[in-house]
Design a protein around this ligand. Structure first.
Ligand SMILES: Cc1cc2nc3c(=O)[nH]c(=O)nc-3n(C[C@H](O)[C@H](O)[C@H](O)COP(=O)(O)O)c2cc1C
Length: 191
């Protein structure tokens, strides 16, 4: 089993990367392999809406090729984004749009995979919830399952405010989505 974490921040070692790497460490402690991809060092151009992907491949020849492969081979996917103007970063949105390829032509290649989101904003009420909803909606549109942070808080998912390393409550929500994602994958494989 493999859980892929994709970081949508332009900062290779910023708050979003910190929270995502912590989530991946928890997944690894549960005995599941992980892969980390940062969009900070990837060149991914926006979808041009041509739908050439209906015949199998995207027309763009950029770093999305390796990301497509990583997504194809993962069982669980954690999307982590900084909050930009109340929503996911542009980098994360471009990635999401390019993933239309997984659901064209009447097939849903990611059906039944498990997804979780992490949103890191500078401020309380900065748009973490809407950012998480964007990522959850992406999972639903890919016919995936979405994981929340669950008890004891059970609100909208993993949300960080300010400096990730100092946000104790936010980090508990990160830990919770990671544990719950690992448990969901393990329950499934034991059936
Ligand atoms: C263009 C831009 C827009 C931002 N918009 C918001 C916002 O709407 N709400 C918020 O809470 N923080 C906002 N921030 C702050 C970042 O979300 C915050 O600093 C975050 O921790 C950055 O994550 P990183 O260190 O992984 O890049 C914005 C930052 C930038 C650069």
């Amino acid at each position: 089993m493999n859980v892929l974490g994709i970081c949508g921040s332009p900062h290779r070692n910023g708050n979003t990367a910190y929270a995502l790497q912590r989530a991946l460490e928890i997944v690894e402690q549960a005995g599941i392999q992980t892969t980390f991809i940062s969009l900070a060092d990837k060149h991914v151009v926006p979808c041009n809406g041509c739908f050439t992907c209906q015949s199998g491949a995207c027309v763009h020849e950029d770093d999305m090729g390796v990301i497509y492969d990583a997504i194809r081979h993962c069982d669980g996917l954690i999307l982590a984004s900084p909050v930009y103007m109340g929503l996911v970063s542009g980098q994360m949105k471009v990635l999401m749009d390019r993933c239309v390829l997984f659901r064209v032509g009447g097939t849903f290649q990611l059906s039944g995979r498990v997804g979780a989101g992490i949103a890191c904003g500078g401020f309380r009420n900065g748009g973490q919830e809407l950012t998480l909803q964007c990522m959850h909606t992406f999972f639903l549109q890919q016919d995936m399952l979405a994981i929340s942070d669950g008890p004891p808080f059970s609100h909208s998912g993993a949300a960080i405010v300010g400096r990730a390393a100092s946000d104790e409550i936010g980090l508990r929500t990160v830990d919770n989505i990671a544990r719950r994602l690992a448990a969901a994958l393990q329950n499934r494989s034991s059936r």
